[in-house]
Design a protein around this ligand. Structure first.
Ligand code: HAM
Length: 420
C-alpha cells in the first residue's frame, strides 16, 4: 500500500470488476445509438452559474454538494454534478437547435461529482450514462426515453426494477399547486429547517424520508389534482404509449426529483435490492431549462442512469454478465529464439482481431503456464528450441488439456479457424 488512498466517497475500478462497468455503459448506450441519439462529450467542469441557475439555487446539489472552486485566473467553476445543464449549454453554444432538425438527440457517458455523505450506492464520484432530446414537445419522445431505459436494463438481465411515473405540471398549473401545498405545510408540526424548505421549495418536503414527517403528509394535496387540461392530456398520452409498448410502470403522485428544472413528465427507475439508495436512474421533461440558462424556448426531455448503482443492482439480483474472455491465446516462449518467433505470432494474431497475450519477463515454464491459466485464454502456444528446430510449436487446448504440434507457419491460420 502507498501513502495514499482513493479520496473519501470514491473507489477505483479494477480488473476484472471494471469489465462489468464497461459492459453496463455499453448496454445502456446501445439502444440510444440505435434510436438516433448522437454522442456528446462536455468538460468535467463548467461555470458554477450554469448549475446554480439550471439545477436550482435551493437544491441540495447546489447548496451543499457542489465541488465549486475559483481558478488561479479567478473563474468560478464547479465540477459537474449532473449532465443535463452541460449538454443543453453545449447544444445551444453549437447552435444545434438551429439546424432545423429538432429534436436534437444526444447521449453521453461520464463522471459526475457530488459532495454527498458517502454510503453504499452513494459516492462523491460516480458515473452516469444519459440521454437528452432537445427542442420538441411530444409525448412520444418522453415515452421513447422511458422505453429505451427499460430496454437497456432488460438487456443486462435486470428484472427487479420498477418505473415510477409522475407529472409535475407546467408554469400554468404548478404555481397554483405550490401555493396550496405551502398552505397545507404551514399547518403542520415541522422543524425550522423543514418549514424554511416549505417556503423555498415546498415540493421537496414531499420527498422527506423521516417517518414523522411522512405521517403528516398523508393528506397533503397532490399535484395530480391540480394539473391543467393540457398537462393532463399530455401525461395521459405518455402513459398510453408506454403501456402500448408493454412497459409496466407505477403512477407515483408523490414523486419529486432533486433538481429544479423538471416540468410535466418525471420518472425514476428504482431497484428494490439496493436499500436506501434505490434510484438506479431518473429523468423527465425540462421545458423551461433552456430559457433559465439564457437560451430560447426549447422543450426537452431526458434521463441519466447511474452506472455504479446499476452494477450494484445486477449484483443484488445475482446476474452474471456474459463478458467476453479478455484473452483467447496466450504465448509461452522457452528461450530467446522462441521469444522472437512467438512475439511475431502474437502480433499477427492481434492484427487479425484475435485477443492474444504473451509471457513477458523471464519466467520458467511453470510460472508462464500459471499466467496462461490466469489469462483465461482458450489456447496456449508453447515453443522451445527443439520445437523450432522441427519447425513446430505446441498448441494446447486449455479446456480439454490436449496438446499437439502445429507447423510454425500454420499456427496463425489454425488459431484463426478455431476462434474465428
Ligand atoms: P439524478 O436523479 O440526480 O438525475 O441522477 C441520476 C442517477 O445518477 C441516479 O438515479 C443515480 O443512479 C445516479 N447517482 C446520482 N447521484 C449519485 C451518487 N452520489 N452516487 C452514485 N450514483 C448517483 C440527474 O442527474 C439528471 N441530470 C437526469 C436527467 C437527464 N434529467 C433529465 N435529463
Amino acid at each position: 500500500m502507498s501513502t495514499f488512498q482513493a479520496p473519501k466517497g470514491t473507489y477505483d475500478l479494477i480488473p476484472p470488476e471494471s469489465a462489468k462497468y464497461l459492459a453496463v455503459r455499453e448496454a445502456i448506450a446501445a439502444p440510444l445509438r440505435n434510436s438516433g441519439y448522437g454522442y456528446i462529450e462536455t468538460p468535467g467542469f463548467e461555470n458554477v452559474e450554469l448549475f446554480a441557475r439550471g439545477v436550482g439555487e435551493s437544491t441540495d446539489i447546489v447548496t451543499k454538494e457542489m465541488y465549486a472552486f475559483e481558478t488561479k485566473g479567478g473563474d468560478q467553476l464547479a465540477l459537474r454534478p449532473e449532465g443535463t445543464a452541460s449538454v443543453l449549454r453545449a447544444a445551444l453554444e453549437a447552435n444545434l437547435h438551429k439546424l432545423g432538425n429538432l429534436p436534437v438527440k444526444l447521449w453521453y457517458s461520464g463522471s459526475y461529482y457530488r459532495y454527498e455523505r458517502p454510503q453504499k450506492g452513494r459516492y462523491r464520484h460516480f458515473s452516469q450514462v444519459g440521454a437528452e432530446a432537445i427542442g420538441a414537445e411530444d409525448p412520444a419522445l418522453d415515452a421513447e426515453l422511458i422505453i429505451l431505459a427499460d430496454q437497456a436494463y432488460r438487456s443486462l438481465g435486470l428484472r427487479n426494477f420498477r418505473i415510477l411515473l409522475n407529472s409535475l405540471g407546467d408554469k400554468e398549473c404548478r404555481p397554483v399547486y405550490r401555493e396550496a401545498l405551502q398552505t397545507f405545510l404551514r399547518g403542520l408540526d415541522l422543524d425550522e429547517e423543514t418549514l424554511r424548505r416549505a417556503d423555498i421549495n415546498p415540493l421537496r418536503v414531499l420527498d422527506d424520508k423521516r417517518p414523522d414527517v411522512q405521517k403528516q403528509l398523508t393528506d397533503a394535496p397532490l399535484l395530480r389534482d391540480y394539473l391543467c387540461d393540457a398537462c393532463k392530456a399530455y401525461h395521459e398520452e405518455v402513459r398510453q404509449l408506454i403501456t402500448a409498448a408493454g412497459v409496466s410502470f407505477e403512477d407515483d403522485p408523490k414523486l419529486v426529483r432533486g433538481l429544479d428544472y423538471y416540468t410535466r413528465t418525471t420518472f425514476e427507475f428504482v431497484h428494490d435490492g439496493l436499500g436506501s439508495q434505490s434510484a438506479v436512474g431518473g429523468g423527465g421533461r425540462y421545458d423551461g431549462l433552456s430559457e433559465m440558462i439564457g437560451g430560447p424556448a426549447l422543450p426537452s426531455v431526458g434521463w441519466a442512469l447511474g452506472v455504479d448503482r446499476t452494477v450494484l443492482a445486477l449484483e443484488a439480483e445475482g446476474v452474471e454478465l456474459e463478458l467476453p474472455a479478455s484473452t483467447s491465446v496466450f504465448a509461452v516462449p522457452l528461450g530467446d529464439e522462441a521469444r522472437r518467433v512467438l512475439f511475431t505470432k502474437v502480433t499477427e494474431l492481434r492484427k487479425l482481431g484475435i485477443a492474444a497475450d504473451f509471457s513477458y519477463g523471464s519466467k520458467g515454464l511453470k510460472g508462464a503456464m500459471k499466467s496462461a491459466n490466469r489469462s483465461g485464454a482458450r489456447y496456449t502456444i508453447v515453443a522451445g528450441e527443439r520445437d523450432l528446430a522441427e519447425g513446430v510449436v505446441q498448441l494446447k487446448d486449455m479446456e480439454s488439456g490436449d496438446q499437439r504440434a502445429v507447423g510454425v507457419n500454420e499456427i496463425v491460420a489454425e488459431l484463426e479457424s478455431k476462434l474465428g
